[in-house]
Ligand binder design. Structure first.
Ligand SMILES: [Zn+2]
Length: 299
């Protein structure tokens, strides 16, 4: 790589005001303000040192970028980035909760980033949300504090190194069931208006599957818990293997085991076990590009 005066990352519809903080920190020379240009057609965000003399970023050096921005909560039909998942409250009122979808390039809809699968980073997520709501993410909660008004701040532990497309969170009036068949808690979340007890059998299957995979493969997951949250609405989805927070499509979710024969139960279990297998094949070891993911989607 040659020295450069620009950094390129991806973004889609992030609103970056010209008055917000924009710093690029270069270890050797200290903080520098940079010019920012969004190029919607290529979904590029260019941070340029041009105009600050002949300063360049040395080849092989690291830079720290700080950007304040406003993102978009996308409608349910989009199904990518941060989006609305609809549900019906107990009184019949329509409502929605918030969840995410990163694969393949959904993460750039949430925050400016590099979302190529072969680039891994440690992520530290915090959510500031209404006190009445619950928030979950890839990792366990590190701290929960008051954030003023009727808000609270939930800070999560830092993730292991992982591709950005595996980052996830969900926000809503959530409750869960838990299986303790695995060394880490395995939970299934749904909104409080839904009968979450219906998911106990899949929570137990998921936990048994994790134990089997870990014992067979001899590779311990670098996670603290394993959550699943149902995602309802359009587009209909199967599942998504976000590391530590799997999302499960509505038609595979909250099923009364007594309503289905063994063949159908097996197909439901297969969906959960497919997503969990990705914790090793895809999340721990990741294909360099999307054209190769047939290697782990065949599981
Ligand atoms: Zn898959």
């Amino acid at each position: 790589m040659a020295p450069s005066s620009i950094c390129k990352i991806y973004t889609l519809k992030a609103s970056i005001s010209s008055t917000t903080e924009k710093l690029i920190l270069i270890p050797r020379t200290g903080p520098k303000e940079v010019a920012i240009e969004q190029i919607p057609a290529s979904q590029n965000l260019t941070l340029s040192l041009t105009g600050l003399g002949n300063e360049t970023i040395p080849a092989g050096s690291s830079v720290k970028i700080s950007i304040s921005y406003e993102g978009v909560i996308w409608p349910n039909e989009e199904g990518y980035g941060v989006f609305q998942a609809p549900y019906t409250k107990a009184d019949g009122t329509p409502a929605y909760y918030i969840t995410t979808q990163g694969e393949t390039s959904g993460m750039r809809r949430i925050f400016p980033c590099l979302d190529d699968p072969d680039l891994k980073a440690n992520f530290t997520v915090s959510l500031i949300i209404d006190e009445s709501l619950d928030g979950i993410s890839n990792m366990a909660v590190a701290a929960e504090t008051k954030a003023g008004g009727n808000k609270k701040k939930i800070s999560f532990n830092t993730t292991p190194p992982m591709s950005s497309y595996l980052l996830a969170f969900a926000i809503g009036p959530l409750h869960y069931v838990q299986s303790d068949h695995y060394r880490l808690p395995v939970r299934i979340y749904a909104t409080k208006d839904q009968d979450i007890k219906l998911s106990q059998w899949v929570a137990d299957i998921a936990a048994d599957g994790l134990k089997l995979y870990e014992n067979s493969l001899g590779v311990k997951l670098a996670l603290e818990k394993v959550d699943h949250v149902g995602v309802t609405g359009e587009p209909p989805m199967g599942g998504m293997e976000n590391w530590g927070l799997i999302t499960i499509g509505g038609s595979y979710f909250l099923l009364d085991i007594d309503d289905y024969d063994s063949d159908y139960r097996e197909s439901i279990a297969a969906l959960y076990l497919h997503e969990l297998a990705h914790f090793w094949f895809g999340d721990t070891v990741t294909c360099a590009w999307w054209t190769e993911i047939w290697l782990n989607e065949g599981l």
